[in-house]
Design a protein around this ligand. Structure first.
Ligand code: ADP
Ligand code: TRP
Length: 321
């Protein structure tokens, strides 16, 4: 079964991204699935206008994923724009895309509501996303809830195309892991870079410490019992620690005599235990960008082996060339 997902390179990644998305990819990779993972830089271009920022953001995202454990020997890992076939397919899909289908997309409307310029690229974003998915004959596409509608568009377009021209594309299914918890930020709301409440995955020890020590807690005094289920520190600790360690912290909080400061220190230690090796790997790779480029180039070559015949079949089916 081929599992494909794309990630927009968009700034510094945080614990929410790790436990909401990356962890899931690593799990599927470990289970031996055929995982296709790409950095959606063509999509990022719909909102990033600074060439240096786009380049750097893409490189940083590559470093983040490789450092976290994406293994290019197992997972096909590439940069979207290195496989230009996707643009040609996007056009073939465009001509069967009803305007109304795109006009109904929440994500487009949300972006406009957030002040983004109404460009054709932003509007046609779901068509390019459909091309990403269909080009690789993907079976399963793990995405967040916000992308569910784009998967419906993808299936619609595949059906329309297949009806018009013959069975070219596999119909993919969305995989929206319900079990993935929303990781709370330092203020208890959903952790998100747009809320300024993140615990970064890779940063200086000082900034990581500051963000963990800054987690908002209630004012229950040190000696009083505390409810772990309403404690932001515990909620994050639970994701990082073993079940035994989490159980221990919960018991200590309930018993009283254990302060939020103690819990934060335990969280900081668990954070370092889990991510220090990744951070070291990231530093090593960052010092060798040529190696990262080589990994991405190899990934693109493997991706193209699937992309080229799919595109060729679609081109032939519509009567071009
Ligand atoms: P942000 O909200 O910081 O802008 P993105 O929207 O770029 O993050 O999210 C990238 C991926 O990380 C998505 O798959 C999203 O579902 C996941 N993710 C982001 N924040 C969280 C969170 N707080 N809890 C769980 N998953 C998250
Ligand atoms: N739109 C997705 C997001 O913002 C990223 C993406 C682009 C994607 N192409 C894709 C995800 C193909 C899955 C499959 O998260």
């Amino acid at each position: 079964m081929r599992i494909l997902t794309g990630i927009q390179p968009s700034g510094q990644i945080h614990l929410g991204n790790y436990f909401g998305a990356i962890d899931n990819i690593l799990r599927m990779q470990a289970q031996g699935h055929e995982v296709f993972l790409f950095l959606a830089d063509f999509h990022a271009l719909t909102t990033v206008r600074d060439p240096a920022a786009l380049r750097e953001g893409t490189m940083n995202a590559a470093l983040d994923f490789l450092a976290c454990g994406v293994d290019p020997e197992k997972t096909v890992f590439w940069r979207q724009s290195d496989v230009p076939e996707v643009q040609e397919l996007a056009w073939l899909l465009s001509v069967v895309t009803p305007m109304g289908l795109l006009e109904r997309c929440h994500s487009y409307k949300d972006k406009l509501a957030h002040g983004k310029e109404a460009t054709h690229g932003l509007f046609a974003y779901p068509v390019l996303m459909a091309a990403d998915i269909l080009l690789y004959q993907s079976d399963l596409v793990p995405v967040g809830k916000d992308q569910k509608q784009h998967l419906e568009v993808t299936r619609d377009l595949a059906i329309k195309f297949n009806n018009a021209y013959g069975e070219i594309f596999k119909l993919p299914d969305a995989y929206i892991p319900e079990s993935v918890a929303i990781v709370p930020g330092t203020d208890g709301q959903k952790m998100s870079k747009s809320y300024g409440n993140v615990i970064p995955l890779f940063d200086t020890a000082k900034r990581i410490r500051q963000s963990i020590m800054g987690i908002v807690t209630d004012s229950t005094p040190m000696d009083q019992p505390k409810d772990p289920e309403t404690c932001n520190v515990y909620k994050i600790y639970k994701l990082l620690a073993t079940p035994e360690q989490a159980g221990e912290m919960a018991a200590k909080l309930r018993a009283g005599g254990y302060g939020y400061g103690d819990a934060k220190k335990a969280l900081l230690a668990a954070y370092h235990e889990k991510f220090d090796a990744c951070a070291a790997r990231r530093e090593e790779l960052a010092a060798n960008p040529a190696k990262v480029e080589e990994i991405l180039a190899r990934g693109a070559a493997r991706a193209r082996e699937i992309a080229a015949p799919t595109l060729a079949a679609a081109i032939k089916a519509v009567g071009l060339r």
